[in-house]
Design a protein around this ligand. Structure first.
Ligand SMILES: [Mg+2]
Length: 201
């Protein structure tokens, strides 16, 4: 049967991200300016994260759209080079019981998910996850949360869910999760809420 689980968003929770960093590097190498790169690639983000466009096709289309003069690998490296560690979260996770199951729930693409999991040691704490590009649904839609409940065998009432975006928290609360609205500039609140949750288990 289901038991207490920690369920965690990725972006601006486990790692921070900044798309403008990739845009700046594309602008250094190619003919378009940074703002133009962001404007041109932005419409591809939704299809990429909802699974309508897979990473390989995105790289090919994106390279054409911004007239990128480098290789596919160079384009992918830049596209993935937008993330930074969140050391406070690394400490929090390292202090938790290793037996407490920890899973991921993220709006992300195949490119970013694979890059993140092989690059940042913090993902070693997590055993499984539900990702929008595979679930074919994106937060804050209920459907991706329902997929997570089914695939990860979650009891929402026993699941502590962390996300940085209000609409995602709202859906999680509607479905009965113990949802925590995370802010990187107030990490201490997460530690308090986690301690309170764990002491009540
Ligand atoms: Mg996020």
């Amino acid at each position: 049967m289901s038991s207490p689980v920690l369920l965690c968003d990725i972006g601006n929770v486990l790692v921070s991200f900044d798309f403008s960093r990739a845009a700046a590097r594309f602008a250094e190498i190619g003919p378009l300016g940074k703002d133009e790169v962001l404007r041109v690639l932005d419409p591809l983000k939704g299809p990429l994260e909802s699974g309508a466009l897979m990473g390989d096709s995105f790289v090919e289309q994106g390279m054409q759209m911004i007239q990128f003069p480098g290789t596919k690998d160079e384009f992918s490296d830049i596209w993935c080079g937008i993330f930074s560690r969140n050391e406070a979260m690394e400490k929090t996770l390292a202090a938790l019981d290793p037996e407490l199951p920890k899973h991921l729930l993220s709006n992300t693409s195949d490119l970013h998910k694979e890059y993140l999991l092989r690059t940042f040691p913090v993902f070693g704490h997590f055993t499984d996850g539900v990702y929008s590009y595979l679930a074919k649904s994106m937060k804050p839609e209920r459907s991706i949360f329902e997929t997570a409940i089914a695939q990860l065998n979650l009891d929402p009432a026993q699941t502590f869910y962390i996300d940085d975006l209000g609409p995602n928290i709202e859906t999680a609360l509607e479905l009965g999760f113990q949802a925590f609205h995370y802010r990187m500039d107030d990490h201490a609140s997460l530690d308090s809420a986690l301690q309170q949750w764990i002491s009540g288990l």
